[in-house]
Design a protein around this ligand. Structure first.
Ligand SMILES: [Zn+2]
Length: 135
């Protein structure tokens, strides 16, 4: 068996790491600084994982981090220098506020928008709670 085959075999034998009962996890933001800007390469992936539009997460981060931000293709550009631990902390906060059901803790939720209230509705237990809107 050559090295490539060994690698493929080892990957196949890895245990299934994500079981449904586990805590919802997203990958950490990966990024770097460019001058006075912070470039994040995987924010869209993270919002996908959360089942939320990227613009929603971006708006939230812009406000929470008090920094202008925009998408540039797959990249996200923040107009200031921000430590990635700080962004990760805010992403976690976003998830607990806008993704996880406060009743059962599952991430299978939807955001429902009515005229003036936004709700977080859980597909698993049916719980529905108002959440603040991000403008
Ligand atoms: Zn629930």
């Amino acid at each position: 068996m050559d090295y490539e085959q060994m690698l493929a075999k080892a990957q196949k034998e890895l245990p299934e790491s994500v079981s449904s009962g586990e805590r919802f996890q997203v990958e950490k933001v990966s990024g770097h600084l460019e001058g006075n800007k912070t470039i994040i390469s995987n924010l869209k992936k993270i919002s996908d994982r959360c089942g939320r539009p990227p613009e929603h997460l971006l708006k939230y981060l812009q406000r929470e981090l008090a920094s202008p931000a925009k998408f540039d293709g797959e990249r996200t550009i923040f107009g200031t220098k921000i430590a990635s631990e700080f962004i990760n902390k805010k992403v976690k906060q976003y998830i607990s506020e806008f993704v996880l059901c406060p009743s059962c803790g599952k991430p299978d939720t939807k955001l429902l928008l009515t005229e003036d209230v936004q709700y977080l509705k859980c597909d698993v237990c049916g719980n529905k709670v108002p959440v603040k809107r991000i403008r």
